[in-house]
Design a protein around this ligand. Sequence first.
Ligand code: SF4
Length: 318
Amino acid sequence: MAEREPGQSKYIYGPVPSRRLGRSLGVDIVPAKICTLDCVYCQIGRTTQKSTVRQDFVNVEAVLSELRDKLAAGVTADYITLGGSGEPTLNSRLGELIDRIRALTAVPVALLTNGTLFDRADVRAEAGKADVVIPSLDAGDERVFRAVNRPAHDISIENVVSGLSRFRDEYEGQIWLEVFLIEGMNTSAQQIEGLKRLIARIRPDKVQLNSAVRPAAEEGIEPIGQERLAAIARQIGGACEIIGAAPVAEPGRHERRACADVLSMLKRRPCSLPDICAGLGITRHEAAKYLATLRQEGAITSERRGAVTYYFSPSHGV
Ligand code: SF4
């Protein structure tokens, strides 16, 4: 990672526009790319360290100091969103972080998680401190869970479903369950029926369908059209909505400037996601958001070379 300019954030990014969360100020609490899963659709690339061991990954004082600086500079947000370049519940100080963020600000806290560690009482207790918990479930059975999410050897879909179901019993805040759909992998009538049964056990406040609006870890993961998503939403029924094909919100001044920096880098040479992060000193989440905006505007395109996706500006003439 390149040296950061004074005042540049290492752990805090945004606020970035989020359809679900409005203006979301992201807090990156797990390094790239440590996760319990290795999802085929992951926008931040392949998992390099697949683990279920919770650890003290980041400097909590530095995270809080960056957040304090952002808030003192007048940055406002609808949510402070705990995520990471991996699975945030792997951070063993998650509960302490949420408590200390709450002591700094009244902005509600959202937690993005893959839900795989919720069969642990400590994870449920810590996650329960957030105002909104957004877990994911992308399969109707174990076989497809293994194919789509490629879990660590000691995780099964039953861990996820029974953990989230127990969490629902204990937690009074909002649970918004995200389902990431990939045509040909988890969209058959049988899979949707399986998902429906598992969702009934989890009892989320709402279900949100997503699909690949951003470049994925693996080739061939394409967005699903609105009509098809709407049909699946009807099949699932209840409080099920579509987020996958939503337009990226109009970027604000900060995002516009950051997009311009990414674009000027890509005009010089094609870059991978890690290249952009290193060159601009930004997190993978941040870079992925800006790339999505630029792609939607038609300013950039991408190309797979071996295991790596490169982004470039068509005016670069690749
Ligand atoms: S999508 Fe989330 S859960 Fe899946 S590999 Fe990426 S960071 Fe991990």
